[in-house]
Design a protein around this ligand. Structure first.
Ligand code: ZN
Ligand code: FE
Length: 254
């Protein structure tokens, strides 16, 4: 079983879960059908199903066309934009029989209200859409800051080895902000150098272990992050949601 990125738009990743032995393919968040259809033709694969994390167009915009062409199951949360054939609920197990994999659904509202993640415990992998990025997190469009903090806590409680397949290549920009917040954090400095060396190759998947060292949104209980947030806002803040809100809003303007 392989997981490969299919690039879409300017910085989206549509993730391809491929079983080369039987030529099966599942895809996650096809915002556009064309790159998926090209990928299927190039590698001679059979599309078996689609997983959707949330209702934004750059994640589910390709569903209708793929459904019309391949008529496969589409798993996703309840939302009129998603066109799910199988509406999922929190903690539900989804089996991908052709890939010998199963995923558990995790409810992680904040970026949107119905946003979910797919977690595979046996392989320790996570598809988290626009909630957690490498060195950053999604904007809080529909939910509350409190909801986003709780959602990130759910993801942060997974095993450190979990490989995180996020849906955008935002890493370098996120790291700029992270470095500004924590200029003396050596893990951030090392990661900036590492990502620069990739020269446009994907910087993801990342791991939870790494994110705990470099991602300010998972470090809202760390002294340096709290101090940076407080000096930006000009008042004292308690760790957790107050610090998170301060740095999320700061990042929006950064
Ligand atoms: Zn989104
Ligand atoms: Fe997105």
């Amino acid at each position: 079983m392989n997981i490969e990125p299919i690039k879409a738009f300017t910085d989206n990743y549509i993730w391809a879960i491929v079983n080369k032995a039987n030529k099966s393919l599942w895809i996650v968040d096809p915002g556009d059908a064309k790159p998926v259809i090209d990928y299927i033709a190039k590698h001679n694969l059979n599309l078996c199903g689609i997983l959707i994390t949330h209702h934004h167009e750059d994640h589910c915009g390709g569903v209708a066309e793929l459904q019309a062409k391949y008529s496969v199951p589409v798993y996703g949360p309840k939302h009129s934009n998603i066109l799910a054939t199988h509406v999922v609920t929190d903690k539900q197990t989804i089996v991908l029989p052709e890939c010998n994999l199963s995923f558990e659904v995790r409810w992680i509202p904040g970026h949107t209200l119905e946003h979910i993640a797919y977690y595979c415990a046996t392989e320790q992998l996570l598809f988290c859409g626009d909630t957690l990025f490498s060195a950053g997190c999604g904007r809080v469009f529909e939910g509350t800051m409190q909801q986003m903090v709780e959602s990130l806590q759910i993801l942060a409680s997974l095993p450190d080895e979990t490989r995180i397949y996020c849906a955008h290549e935002y890493t370098l920009k996120n790291l700029e902000f992270a470095k500004y917040l924590e200029p003396k954090n050596e893990a951030i400095t090392r990661q900036v150098a590492f990502v620069q060396c990739l020269q446009g190759k994907p910087s993801v998947p990342t791991t939870l272990a790494l994110e705990k060292k470099i991602n300010p949104f998972l470090r809202t209980d760390v002294g340096t992050v709290i101090t940076a947030a407080q000096s930006q806002i000009g008042t004292s803040l308690s760790e957790g949601v107050q610090v998170f809100s301060a740095i999320r809003e700061w990042k929006n303007r950064f």
